[in-house]
Design a binder for this molecule. Structure first.
Ligand code: PSV
Ligand code: MN
Length: 406
């Protein structure tokens, strides 16, 4: 391994890349895993039950702790309320801490109650809008108890048919209700607003794209930012352009990483979209270097990197390990962009040279780099192999079938 690394280091030196800086960046890079990614899930056709799935939020944390132990890069876990409802959130937080974890973003649920048949924050009934506001406020209180700094909102509201509702009126309700919620945020908290162009509604979605989420965030105030879920765009959308735009406006709050082929497929990130993921990091690292715009640098430094996936046919814990490793790999590759070469090619308007400066970083094999970084971090050099060898998977089978869904 040492020889491979020495060769890698020399190769990168020849390309004009300082590998030490890349190592430093990799050691402080972390990704949040979602509690719901450890539960049973499925499609609208069938939820398959797997033996060993967590039976309660505490066991979800145990599985998340195993992912962190294997990778060294997943110290926080996002929770979803009420999926992770417990009597005592301080106890949940302490349990997380005892496992070496912290609780991350609190995700409210405005889509699984009968009352929300025609929407939540955009429902034409005042009482239902108020119910949704109360739930969001409860989530802010939960965040205080869990030490979470992010309230992460995804709105399932929308309509199925033209004329079903007044789209502009719903927009006003959304602005009104969220202003109330925003006012309750603690100063250190952020409200991240997710968008999605369809599903579960099929004609119009009240927060359909980044522009609508951005507009809303701007109206609410500086603690509101946009969350980009990689699965929530129409085919062919240039996600990295959205990332660059939001960074420039100081409104990029975080990511939900996953992969998609046709819709919001929630597949393992980096399986179908590795170059897109790399290009997202290219934009983020470019923003990080833009010292002439402190707000952009500040925004890039505070991005919340989160996984949002449902593992239907694959075992959950190794799937989560695979996911974060895929993210880490693309992040590592983006560290190998030769910025001087790129800037010079852009200055000369040399299209092919500029394109090559970016692509060539993607084409590097970062395995030796990641292995050395892991060794220096004191985590397994091959996290997936280490997990399989750990026996954890056979140990949890005693939990039996019928664990939590999501
Ligand atoms: C919706 O598709 C979403 O991306 C939101 O983030 C939800 O909270 C999450 O998936 C889990 O259903
Ligand atoms: Mn999401």
């Amino acid at each position: 391994m040492t020889n491979r690394y020495t060769f890698f280091e020399e190769m990168q030196r020849d390309r004009g890349i300082d590998v030490h800086a890349a190592k430093g960046a990799l050691k402080s890079f972390w990704v949040e895993t979602p509690s719901w990614g450890y539960g049973d899930s499925g499609t609208r056709f069938k939820v398959f039950r797997r033996a060993g799935v967590p039976r309660n939020p505490f066991e979800k944390l145990e599985d998340a702790a195993m992912v962190h132990k294997m990778t060294g890069m997943c110290p926080t876990v996002a929770i979803h309320i009420p999926w992770d409802k417990v009597d005592d959130y301080v106890h949940l937080r302490q349990y997380a801490e005892s496992l070496g974890l912290q609780l991350g973003a609190v995700n409210p649920n405005l889509f699984q109650e009968d009352d929300y048949l025609f929407g939540s924050l955009c429902n034409s009934r005042t009482a239902i809008r108020q119910k949704a506001v109360d739930h969001l406020n409860d989530c802010i209180d939960i965040a205080r108890m869990t030490g979470s700094k992010i309230l992460s909102l995804w709105l399932a509201d929308g309509t199925n048919y033209p004329g079903q509702a007044d789209i502009r009126e719903r927009k006003h309700w959304l602005e009104e209700t969220l202003a109330k919620v925003y006012a309750r945020l603690a100063p250190e908290m952020r409200l991240l607003i997710e968008y999605k162009f369809f599903e579960p509604a099929f004609y119009h979605t009240d927060l359909a794209d980044w522009g609508m989420a951005y507009n809303l965030a701007q109206k609410l105030g500086p603690q509101a930012q946009v969350l980009v879920d990689l699965g929530h765009h129409a085919q062919g959308t240039n996600v990295e352009h959205i990332v660059a735009f939001l960074l420039d406006e100081g409104r990029l709050g975080g990511f939900h990483f996953n992969a998609r082929k046709y819709a919001d497929d929630d597949l393992i990130v980096g399986t179908t979209n590795p170059y897109e993921l790399f290009l997202v990091f290219y934009q983020i690292l470019a923003a990080n270097r833009d010292v002439s715009h402190p707000i952009v640098v500040e925004t890039a430094r505070h991005i919340a990197y989160m996984i949002d996936q449902s593992h239907n046919i694959e075992p959950k814990i190794p799937a989560m390990i695979r996911s974060v490793l895929n993210v880490q790999t693309q992040y590592a590759k983006a560290q190998l962009i030769n910025w001087d070469e790129l800037t010079e090619a852009q200055r000369q308007q040399d299209v092919l040279r500029a394109e090559a400066a970016v692509r060539e970083a993607f084409e590097q094999d970062v395995t030796p780099l990641l292995q050395v970084v892991r060794e220096e971090m004191g985590v397994p050099v091959n996290p997936m192999e280490a997990y399989i060898a750990s026996g954890y998977e056979s140990g949890i089978v005693s939990r039996g079938k019928g664990g939590m869904s999501w």
